[in-house]
Write a protein that binds this ligand. Structure first.
Ligand SMILES: C[S@@+](CC[C@H](N)C(=O)[O-])C[C@H]1O[C@@H](n2cnc3c(N)ncnc32)[C@H](O)[C@@H]1O
Length: 275
């Protein structure tokens, strides 16, 4: 089980992400508009939101007339996305599936993996499996977009000293049951596997300020550096069309390695299926 497989995480995901945004702890600002623009540009022959989670992108697109399919490994996340769609009067094809092997019986001109879904593939082999499978789900010339966080050595060095129990407070929010909850996480980095792993701890409080429940949920992600991503794309039958630094439309200069070490660089890759 990984973080998003848990019912309590899926039910509360939108709630604590809203607080993360408000606190400026998330560098995905503007992501829905960014994907909407991509969908208008590349999605005429069908869009699939892969690792759609609770539907942040999927529902944003659907509200604007782009009926994408949605798929996620976690049944719990799919259930939440589906319930939200129904509440909005939308009938969408949302199904649980693993991006390394799913097929929906149709092809798409655009596949979106938004907000770090690709980083949840913990090995290079699984990343290759996903890229090759997604290539098969695309029409010739189809576009796949995914994001990676450019590894930042000072942060990794810090994380290498952390144990999976060294919790840091992240945020406080109100959960789906109306109770105050504090979130802590402890993330360790393994430079050999490029994996970030650790735990998220959710501490739930009653009105008297007493802890009434503590839940520990594991997380495993892999960092991919940009040079590796170029090779992975090529190996799996894609060409790199563009790289954006964040969702505000700033393009990365692919030939300028000095930009590589800027802290918190969220690289958004636009890959085109080579025929
Ligand atoms: C950080 S969430 C992002 C969710 C959504 N894209 C968003 O923007 O809110 C990552 C998602 O990736 C999903 N995921 C992890 N591994 C996956 C896999 N192998 N295939 C499909 N989805 C996967 C998780 O279940 C989780 O919902």
């Amino acid at each position: 089980m990984d973080l998003h497989d848990y019912k309590d995480v899926a039910e509360n995901y939108d709630r604590y992400l809203d607080v993360m945004y408000a606190n400026g702890q998330d560098n995905h600002e503007g992501f829905q508009e960014f994907y909407y623009e991509l969908a208008k540009k590349y999605g005429d022959d069908g869009v699939v939101d892969v690792a759609c989670g609770t539907g942040a992108v999927l529902l944003y697109l659907a509200e604007r007339g782009i009926a994408a399919d949605g798929t996620d490994l976690s049944e719990e996340m799919c259930k939440v996305a589906d319930a939200k769609a129904r509440k909005m009067g939308l009938s969408l094809n949302i199904f649980p599936a693993d991006m390394t092997k799913f097929t929906s019986g149709r092809k798409y001109s655009l596949a979106i993996i938004a907000r770090s879904g690709f980083m949840h593939l913990p090995t290079q082999q699984l990343q290759k499996d996903a890229l090759r499978n997604l290539r098969e789900q695309l029409l010739p010339g189809g576009i796949l977009t995914l994001n990676t966080f450019d590894p930042w050595p000072p942060m990794q060095a810090q994380q290498m000293m952390t144990t999976p129990d060294d919790y840091t407070f992240r945020l406080e929010y109100v959960n789906a049951d109306g109770n105050r909850e504090k979130i802590y996480n402890a993330i360790t980095y393994n430079p050999y596997t490029q994996q970030m792993y650790g735990n998220w701890k959710f501490e739930e409080y009653n009105d008297a300020g007493e802890v009434i429940a503590t839940r520990i949920r594991p997380l495993l992600m892999r960092q991919t550096n940009r040079h590796e991503m170029f090779l992975l794309a090529e190996l799996c039958g894609f060409e790199v069309l563009d790289i954006y630094r964040g969702y505000k439309g700033d393009k990365e200069d692919q030939n300028d390695p000095s930009t590589a070490a800027i802290y918190r660089s969220n690289l958004i890759w636009i890959l085109r299926r080579k025929d």
